[in-house]
Design a protein around this ligand. Structure first.
Ligand SMILES: Cc1ncc(COP(=O)(O)O)c(C=O)c1O
Length: 381
């Protein structure tokens, strides 16, 4: 084959001296740079990498809580740890049920299982792939303790509806924001709306510290429980002696992770703006194509922050469409079996209408040490 281009091609392609189709340079693709190095160097200069002794973790807490307008941020080692901490702070205990989405990362389910609780999968909305509130309410039973709302690929759940269900049935509402930094729901930031918001800083998220997590809450009693649960139930208040009252893991964040997270946090707004631009552009381009389900923004609901680059919505968990066009999540075999088993136990063993009585008499684990509980709903627990 001749390597000499035809005259028409040579005038069209930049390769052959024609105009460049992309005049601006490509990005470097590098997400870490001098800012992270500077933070890391400062952390090492402290001569301690322990979170209560250095300044990086404290600064990260302060900045993240302020960004979300909430009173407390508990740093931890992963998004899974953040969800486990949140559930434990709510007192979710063995035998409880937690309603969540079947389209999520394993970490959401692991956190529930680590509490000895049972994940119950509600259906998802066909357009946003987030929890369908009607399906959530249909799955509430006498053992339901909490709902974990997963803002999948930066798309906000219908939080008003989920919050109303949580209030009606005396449940905790935990937001899984691992894939949803700066995601907006009706003008408010996801993660600051439910009782607790959980974030992941693993390497596939909007911002990365390698691995780490953050828990947000505005409730001081929940924050205290979360703080204790993240650190072996050690009270780190200066002058207070350690007296662990319940079993808790070590989910601490160290100063190195906090240092990288701080540098990344400074880049978050630009990252989210870029993802929104790309996401909304793709959504607009896909409008009108019959087979597509464009995602992006929902009139009256909120603004998505674009997909995280992870493949957490795997093919095997992608929703199948029924003949009515409704999305049906495919639960894995074990989760279906677990759900079926639990459901039948519930229906055969629970006296009708006993849901609120069962919840009121539910003992908390770990025991709450704080006296201030956020609301009448929580006081009843
Ligand atoms: C929705 C969701 N929840 C929880 C997690 C768990 O986070 P981590 O991997 O930091 O434990 C992830 C991570 O992929 C996630 O995407």
């Amino acid at each position: 084959m001749s390597s000499t281009p035809s005259p028409a091609v040579s005038s069209a392609l930049a390769l052959h001296g024609g105009p460049r189709a992309k005049p601006a340079p490509y990005g470097t693709g590098r997400r870490f740079g001098p800012e992270e190095l500077q933070q890391l160097s400062e952390a090492l200069d402290q001569n301690t990498l322990f979170y209560t002794k250095g300044r990086k973790t404290a600064e990260l807490r302060k900045q993240f809580a302020a960004r979300y307008g909430v009173g407390h941020c508990v740093p931890c080692s992963s998004g899974t740890a953040a969800l486990h901490i949140a559930l434990a702070a709510c007192g979710v205990k063995p035998g409880d049920e937690v309603i969540t989405s079947p389209m999520t990362d394993m970490g959401t389910c692991s956190a529930i299982l680590f509490c000895g609780a049972i994940p119950i999968f509600a259906d998802v909305d066909a357009r946003s792939y987030t929890l369908d509130p009607a399906s959530v309410e249909a799955h509430v039973g006498p053992r339901t303790a909490a709902i974990i709302a997963v803002h999948l690929t930066g798309a906000p759940c219908d939080l008003d509806a989920l919050q109303a269900i949580a209030r009606r049935h005396d449940l905790w509402l935990i937001e899984d924001c691992a894939q949803a930094f700066q995601c907006e729901y009706r003008g408010r930031l996801c993660g600051s709306i439910g009782d607790l918001g959980c974030f992941s800083l693993n390497d596939f998220k909007h911002i990365s510290a390698g691995d780490a997590g953050l828990v947000l809450t505005d409730d001081p009693a929940l924050a205290r429980q979360a703080e204790l649960f993240a650190d072996k139930c050690y009270d780190r208040t200066p002058g207070v002696s350690r007296n662990p009252a319940f079993l808790a893991p070590n989910y601490r964040m160290c100063e190195l992770h906090a240092a990288v997270a701080l540098a990344q946090l400074a880049k978050l707004d630009a990252i989210v703006a870029r993802r929104r631009r790309y996401g909304e552009g793709l959504g607009a381009g896909l409008q009108g194509i019959p087979a597509s389900c464009p995602r992006g923004s929902w009139p009256g609901r909120g603004r998505a922050t674009g997909s995280t680059c992870c493949g957490s919505t795997s093919r095997s968990s992608a929703p199948a469409r029924s003949s009515s066009g409704r999305c049906r999540p495919r639960a894995s075999t074990w989760t279906r079996a677990a759900t079926r088993g639990r459901r039948s136990t519930c229906t055969t063993s629970s006296p009708g209408g006993a849901a609120s009585a069962a919840r009121s008499s539910r003992s908390r684990w770990p025991p709450m040490s704080g006296t201030s509980r956020g609301s009448a709903r929580r006081r009843r627990r």
